[in-house]
Write a protein that binds this ligand. Structure first.
Ligand code: IPM
Ligand code: MG
Length: 377
């Protein structure tokens, strides 16, 4: 079967890492009999340089015609002084709302091969892990097209005050919760809704809606936490969490916190979906797939960047937008194999904590190793 993928390599190390994600996708295509056609598009800094705007209309329109979008990273110091509405990051917000990808899945798990990268002590990890293991495996489902990011904002006429507003409708809350429940079903069947319902009216609505929806999922254990407490619990006892569902701003903050616990941001992938996607009860949907890391302009084009987050984002693309579970699992397995072999890009080197023999490799060698491992799966 043929699929079309909008490809936005973007700025900095974006092109370095998406090049390997597409190599891996092509290898998956050869192995399992699919064809992936890429439509390369400009957004972010590159688009600002060539058109003057971060998200040209043609980019959004062309992306809408594709089955999914794979993105590297956008931004860099070159564009940092531009006014807010012209910054590269605007491209991300425009793509998210333009493609309607309201549910952002950000997994954060501590990989056994990179265990020493976690800044938490073993006893802290063990205490909160139901199986007594020194690790954690959680998924943040962040609402992505509403809330403070898209609310009314402005300045007073005299310029002496400014405001941003948080507005959520029941529909927006319900649909992202349902994606959270679909994900929890496949995992450890726990869902924690995070809000600030002791202060914010919008959070009180989140909680009301969540309490109604929870009744439809009796097999999932639903809990509720205030965001400040959640920020603390993530560090105190990360193993207690399975799926966390929360608003746009809270999800932005908590997902950065969770990524630090894995100690290897160069490994973390993300999916932003317009529905439940390849999850149970979901149909394959449009999605934006991107590594969590930024554009790291200081190391761009030097064959240093870790391509694994982009490759793992491609795996999520196969799973959620194309419903190709076997293929997605094969890519994830291949990444696991090369980590077991001790291959490490600089950012994740010296983190196995076992003194096991590691080999430091560049972007291309890492990418090639994944291709090779894939052949044998
Ligand atoms: C993220 C980023 C973006 C966000 C920025 C770059 C606009 O921090 O994807 O988490 O705040 O959503
Ligand atoms: Mg962020």
């Amino acid at each position: 079967m043929a699929y079309s993928i909008a490809l936005v390599p973007g700025d900095g190390i974006g092109p370095d890492v998406t090049a390997w994600a597409t190599e891996v996708l092509d290898a998956v295509g050869d192995k399992y009999g699919h064809v992936f056609n890429y439509v390369e598009l400009e957004a972010g800094g590159k688009a600002i340089d060539s058109t003057g705007e971060p998200l040209p209309t043609e980019t959004l329109e062309a992306a809408k015609q594709c089955d999914a979008l794979l993105l590297g990273a956008v931004g860099g110091p070159k564009w940092d002084t531009l006014p807010g509405h012209l910054r590269p990051e605007r491209a991300l917000l425009g793509l998210r709302s333009g493609l309607g990808v309201y549910a952002n899945l950000r997994p954060a798990a501590l990989l056994p091969q990179l265990k020493a990268a976690c800044p938490l002590k073993d006893e802290v990890l063990i205490a909160s892990n139901s199986e007594g293991r020194p690790d954690f495996d959680l998924l943040i489902v962040r609402e992505l097209t509403g809330g403070l990011y898209f609310g009314e904002r402005g300045r007073s006429a005299d310029g002496n005050s400014a405001f941003d507003t948080e507005t959520y409708s029941k529909t927006e809350i319900e649909r992202v919760l349902r994606v959270g429940y679909a994900a929890a079903k496949l995992r450890r069947k726990k869902l924690c809704m995070v809000d600030k319902a002791n202060v914010l009216e919008s959070s009180r609505l989140w909680r009301e809606v969540a309490k109604e929806i929870a009744k439809e999922y009796p097999d999932i254990e639903t809990s509720y936490l205030y965001v400040d407490n959640c920020a603390m619990q993530l560090i105190r006892a990360p193993g207690q969490f399975d799926v966390i569902v929360t608003s746009n701003l809270f999800g932005d903050i908590l997902s950065d916190e969770a990524s630090v616990l894995t100690g290897s941001i160069g490994m973390l992938a993300s999916a932003s979906l317009a529905g439940a996607g390849g999850l149970p009860g979901g149909e394959p949907v449009m999605g934006i797939y991107e590594p969590i890391h930024g554009s790291a302009p200081d190391i761009a084009g030097q064959d240093i960047a870790n391509p694994l987050a982009a490759i793992l984002s491609a795996a999520m693309l196969l799973r959620y937008s194309f419903g190709l579970e076997k293929e997605a699992a094969a890519v994830e397995k291949a990444v696991n194999v090369i980590l077991d072999q001790g291959l490490r890009t600089k950012d994740i080197a010296g983190r196995s904590g076992t003194g096991a023999s590691e080999k430091i490799v560049g972007t291309a060698e890492m990418g090639k190793a994944v291709l090779k491992a894939l052949e044998n799966i």
